[in-house]
Design a protein around this ligand. Structure first.
Ligand SMILES: Nc1ncnc2c1ncn2[C@@H]1O[C@H](COP(=O)(O)OP(=O)(O)OP(=O)(O)O)[C@@H](O)[C@H]1O
Ligand SMILES: [Mg+2]
Length: 376
């Protein structure tokens, strides 16, 4: 039976609460939080890449602490052996001339997996991983590919795989539909929070069971695409192709589900063009330049509020960092620019992030004025 929106309403409320709690604890990680929850709802694997110490583990561990079910977590190195990920070969089996793995406590039995430094893995691991991630099956050695319970695999890495490093690596990279580079903290206010708050770990008030995740998935699958959103998506693909970005057919098709999941997570009953914001993290292949092209094209064609908010906040941060408040003329110019940003934010319609952005700009303006008064 198709779940009605009301069936899933309490689950949707739980997702909304987790979204707020995660984003409140993690500094400047709103987009990553949204993507992690979207990936969970869409059932598509997520990869985060950044220099060390950008809170990838903190976010992904927190996400998996929130979900119930069986978890498997591993830090991969080039010395990791398949046994660590898929389980040791059964000795009893060997005695009976059978080669089978004992998978208890390992990836083939997990509902959720966190693969840290995934691209460090050897080809023996990567090859088997491909099947588990894509077909969601595992052959323990007896030639039978059995379904695995895996609902979501999240992964982290300090670098993108380089294209020349081999077929397995490229293939595993492609199995992560949602991929994002995580940047170090940008704003001065964020840095001061990082330095002076003792504990950054999110406090999540509830947890989510595998059955609730299934309910969320069914509800998200039932969210229809509006005609405008469909047109915008097709226009985005066309425009991307013109700019040389041609994500494969599987990637394009799966993006439809990711955008639906994002709309559901945002509490909307129909997919609107602004939900295409999520597709900026799925519709590219080469991490060198294409993510920027995807974001720009989606920003232009679908005009999502979230992207404009992010862009305006970056502008504000650059402006604040570059302004010497003792120089009254410069401070006045900066205040005028902040006023303009404030007007732009006021004209946008949207939820929590927009409100937080408005408050942030108000606060920056207040500080700027205060500093200028003190300088006189
Ligand atoms: N944006 C942030 N918000 C909150 N805490 C942060 C943030 N960035 C870093 N930290 C702090 O730094 C710690 C280190 O982050 P974490 O270990 O999650 O980074 P990582 O990206 O997984 O690094 P690595 O690539 O080395 O595994 C966090 O536990 C947290 O205390
Ligand atoms: Mg880490």
């Amino acid at each position: 039976m198709k779940p009605t929106p009301t069936d899933a309403a309490p689950v949707q409320a739980k997702f909304a609460a987790a979204r707020v709690e995660l984003a409140a604890a993690l500094i400047e990680r709103d987009i990553e939080v949204d993507l992690a929850l979207t990936a969970l709802v869409a059932g598509e694997h997520l990869l985060l890449v950044s220099p060390p110490g950008c809170a990838k583990s903190l976010l992904l561990d927190s996400l998996l602490a929130w979900t119930g079910g069986t978890k498997f977590s591993v830090l991969l190195t080039k010395f990791s052996v398949p046994e660590e990920v898929f389980g040791p070969v059964s000795l009893a089996g060997l005695k009976a001339d059978r080669y089978v793995r004992v998978t208890a406590g390992k990836l083939p039995e997990a509902d959720y997996a966190f693969l840290d430094e995934v691209f460090k893995a050897s080809s023996a691991i990567l090859n088997t991983l491909l099947r588990v991630l894509n077909e969601r099956t595992f052959d323990a050695g007896d030639g039978v590919a059995r379904a695995v319970p895996l609902k979501l695999c999240v992964a982290a890495s300090n670098e993108w795989p380089c294209p020349e490093t081999g077929r397995e690596l490229a293939a595993v990279f492609d199995r992560f539909l949602v991929r994002k580079a995580v940047a170090p903290i940008r704003s001065a206010a964020g840095r001061s929070r990082l330095l002076w708050s003792r504990d950054h770990a999110p406090k999540l008030t509830a947890s989510i069971s595998p059955a609730e995740v299934d309910l969320a998935r069914a509800a998200a699958r039932a969210v229809p695409w509006s005609v405008e959103a469909k047109e915008a998506f097709e226009a985005v693909l066309k425009e991307l192709a013109r700019e040389g970005v041609r994500p494969g057919d599987r990637r394009q098709f799966k993006t439809v589900g990711v955008v639906r999941a994002y709309a559901w997570l945002s509490g909307d009953e129909v997919v609107m063009p602004e939900h295409l914001e999520a597709a900026a993290h799925t519709l590219w292949d080469d991490p060198a330049e294409q993510p920027g092209v995807a974001a720009r094209v989606i920003g232009r064609v679908a005009n999502p509020v979230g992207m404009r908010v992010t862009q305006l906040l970056v502008e504000v941060e650059e402006l604040v960092a570059a302004t010497d408040t003792r120089d009254l003329a410069a401070a006045a110019k900066a205040a005028a620019k902040l006023g303009e940003v404030q007007r732009q934010l006021a004209s946008l319609k949207g939820g929590g992030r927009l409100e937080a952005a408005r408050a942030h700009v108000r606060e920056q303006l207040r500080r700027l004025r205060l500093a200028s008064i003190e300088a006189v």
